[in-house]
Design a protein around this ligand. Structure first.
Ligand code: PLP
Length: 383
């Protein structure tokens, strides 16, 4: 109940965490689900790695500064947020590469089956990775996608791997990882979970759910910075003998890891249950406020908070122009085709007052039709 939520919330001082981020003056940043803001300590941390480590140590930095051990040390700190056993997560590369690796390893565990099952809400590049792998293997695998609500019923005996993104990037719809993994295993199906919109967004418990593989990125909710490395988890039962380091591909991105290290210094003190309680409270305020003030915006996210990740989305045929107008008025969210405006709810650096102001600004834009101007209708390359 509410009291327990308050008790939990007291364990994280969110005003204190907010002060640890640099946010541009006058901006309400509701896009931490796409690219997290700069932890203030990251700039100095990266500079120090450049001058003291790269500059002074050169090649000896791999040992002396611990560069080679960093992908596993940092990954274990992420592991705490996603319920992974220590020593079973590693950093590197980009999320798309990690999707490919996890899927290849998962298919290897199920060599007699030919179907990869996913849902139509999955991120395009995850599906492209699956198609690319199918082509490279050339063993007549099929990618089968069904509606998100239909996944449970589509777990049939010909499915080798269930590959899902836990939180839908457009709608915020949340899959039940525990129930789907259990049902998949009953049918002999191996699971690959993409945590792009879960890691740092809400509590995840990979070990308790018996997930087989999981992947995610660190530049969204985790605030590791643009180009930050991805991570991959392999359940202990699948990595016995070889270990997680087998999932390392190339040279670790040392400068990116320095920035992520500064971000993880903040995460190390965050109780994910407290974060979740606050994120859902803010989401409820945003939904209620927008629905009351903007009848033309239709909720695209599940109404039930338990079915949502940490974002809130609305449909509007002019969603692109509306978001451009919002951004011009200091409220940064983003647009996803064909008609979705999306707001990331990130309590580490967003407070209730900002949620309220964002609602007021959106309400004014809708009421006055401010979005209906040519400069807001012209599309940029990255939305
Ligand atoms: C953000 C995101 C990606 C991005 O992958 P990159 O390799 O970093 O471009 C992939 N999958 C999902 C589900 C995402 O949300």
């Amino acid at each position: 109940g509410a009291c327990r939520d308050v008790d939990r919330a007291l364990r994280v001082d969110f005003a204190a965490t907010k002060a640890l981020f640099h946010l541009p003056e006058g901006m309400i940043y509701l896009d931490g689900n796409s690219l997290g803001p700069l932890p203030k300590a990251a700039a100095a941390r990266v500079a120090q790695t450049v001058t003291d480590e790269w500059g002074e140590m050169l090649i000896t930095g791999w040992n002396k500064a611990g560069w080679m051990a960093q992908p596993e040390a940092l990954a274990d700190r992420i592991g705490r947020l996603i319920g992974a056993e220590a020593g079973h997560v590693v950093l590197g590369d980009t999320l798309s590469i990690k999707v490919y690796q996890a899927l290849a390893a998962a298919l290897d565990l199920n060599p007699t089956r030919r179907v990869i099952l996913s849902d139509s809400g999955n991120f395009p590049s995850d599906l492209y990775m699956a198609e690319g792998l199918i082509g490279a293997l050339d063993r007549e695998h099929d990618l089968r996608t069904v509606a998100p609500e239909a996944v449970m019923d589509a777990l049939s005996d010909d499915v080798a791997v269930l590959m899902l993104t836990q939180v839908d990037y457009r709608t915020g719809r949340l899959h039940d990882m525990a129930a789907l993994t259990k049902a998949a295993h009953k049918r002999g199906i191996v699971t690959v979970w993409d945590l792009a919109h879960s890691a740092g967004a809400m509590p995840v418990d990979l070990a308790r759910c018996h997930a087989d593989f999981a992947v995610g990125c660190t530049y969204k909710y985790l605030n590791g910075g643009p180009g930050a490395p991805a991570f991959i988890y392999v359940a202990p039962r699948h990595s016995a003998g070889t270990g997680i380091s087998r999932m390392r591909v190339g040279t670790p991105p040392v400068l990116q890891m320095a920035a992520l290290d500064a971000a993880m210094d903040i995460w190390d003190h965050v109780d994910m249950q407290a974060l979740r309680a606050r994120a859902l409270a803010f989401s409820e305020i945003l939904i209620a406020g927008v629905e009351a003030a903007c009848p033309d915006l239709r909720l695209a996210s599940p109404r039930d908070p338990a079915m949502r990740g940490s974002q809130v989305s609305f449909h509007h045929p002019q969603g692109y122009a509306i978001m451009q107008a919002l951004i011009a008025h200091g409220v940064v969210g983003d647009f996803r085709a064909p008609d979705i405006i999306r707001f990331g709810i990130t309590p580490l650096f967003i407070d209730e007052d900002e949620i309220g102001r964002a609602i007021d600004i959106l309400a004014a834009i809708m009421r006055d039709g401010t979005w209906d101007q040519p400069q807001f209708r012209t599309r940029a390359a990255v939305t």
